[in-house]
Ligand binder design. Structure first.
Ligand code: SF4
Length: 348
């Protein structure tokens, strides 16, 4: 297809071209799309795949996003891990061989009340104890707090819009401000932190909306871009909305790769567990996210328990699958070298 050839040449696809490729249903054309994504990935990353450890340390949240299991109104069991335990878990993950620690929390009112003192301490201790880069997903926070995390040397700030269609955003993220969320991300980038942006597939968007998201992520300079399929959550207002067929997510991964050749693109174990790893890597992802140590009582986000306690979401398991696929688990040094390059490109 001429759009695919254009992307392989390194030219940025237009919105119309992205929509054309998202519309593919023919199996051969789809395979052509995925093969192109792999080719583009290989040019920058060779066969290397990065792995992120996931520590979801507070499931309390002040918000009521319609798609989320952990929304405030959902009557569920919640936890807020003790800071010491969070650091211990992170050390365990680091020892298991992950390349980054993804520190995630809901917008926990307790952290907001204490101006994130314990989260700052957690991030500081984890950086000191593990020496690994850290990604922070705290939700929307003030510029002053972003300054504090930048001073600590936090490498990544993850905050997902989930859609760049303001109408859909309003229905998903109830009583939240699109611009405020976007501002936090852009401010973090201005302060020299790498940013991750994300979209959710299957929430009532059309191909034009998806294409706009892919291009918007480029415009804001996100260094990591992710898509996840919507998973209906028990007790949420979207409980009866069906999860989309996975072809959509895989096509979006491939298009993210074609439009963002050098980006880190997650294959999240959070959607379909370890079973879903290979197809996402085959579509152009180069980071395995949501690696969780077993038997720790920690949850995932979209699938709060899938494969966690069975030990399926570990570096060992992931590395074995990657090797079988002819891919190579990267090293922590590979990862550090790559993000240093990203910092240099961002002028920091
Ligand atoms: S998506 Fe995040 S901000 Fe929204 S309710 Fe869930 S945990 Fe809270």
């Amino acid at each position: 297809m001429k759009e695919i050839e254009k992307a392989i040449r390194g030219e940025v696809l237009t919105k119309e071209e992205i929509v054309t490729l998202l519309s593919i249903t023919d199996k051969n054309e789809m395979e052509e799309l995925f093969a192109a994504a792999r080719q583009v990935r290989e040019k920058t990353f060779g066969k290397k795949i990065f792995m992120y450890g996931f520590v979801y340390f507070s499931t309390w949240c002040r918000n009521n996003c319609n798609f989320c299991y952990y929304r405030k109104s959902n009557n569920i069991e919640r936890y807020r891990k003790d800071p010491k335990e969070v650091v211990e878990l992170a050390v365990r993950l680091a020892e298991s061989g992950v390349h980054l620690l993804d520190l995630t929390m809901g917008e926990d009112p307790t952290y907001h009340k204490e101006n994130f003192a314990s989260v700052l301490k957690i991030a500081e201790d984890i950086k000191k104890e593990t020496g690994l880069p850290v990604m922070l997903s705290p939700g929307v926070i003030s510029d002053e707090l972003i300054d504090s995390f930048a001073e600590l040397g936090v490498e990544w700030f993850a905050l997902y819009q989930e859609t760049h269609n303001r109408e859909i955003f309003k229905n998903l993220r109830i009583n939240q401000d699109y611009d405020e969320r976007m501002h936090a991300k852009l401010y973090a980038k201005e302060k020299g932190i790498l940013i991750e942006e994300g979209l959710l597939a299957g929430i009532g968007e059309n191909y034009e909306d998806i294409a706009e998201s892919i291009l918007e992520m480029k415009k804001i300079g996100a260094s990591q871009v992710r898509v996840m399929s919507f998973i209906p959550q028990k007790g949420s207002p979207m409980e009866s909305v069906h999860t989309p067929g996975r072809e959509l997510e895989l096509k979006i991964i491939a298009l993210l790769r074609l439009v963002h050749p050098k980006a880190l693109i997650p294959a999240s174990l959070d959607v379909d567990g370890i079973e879903g790893l290979q197809c996402r890597i085959d579509s152009g992802s180069n980071v395995v996210t949501s690696i969780i140590p077993p038997l720790t009582g920690l949850a995932g986000v979209a699938q709060n328990s899938m494969d966690v306690d069975e030990g399926g979401r570990t570096v060992q398991e992931v590395s074995a699958i990657l090797r079988e696929m002819g891919m190579e688990p990267a090293t922590a040094l590979d990862y550090r070298t790559y993000i240093d390059q990203l910092f240099a490109e961002n002028g920091k």
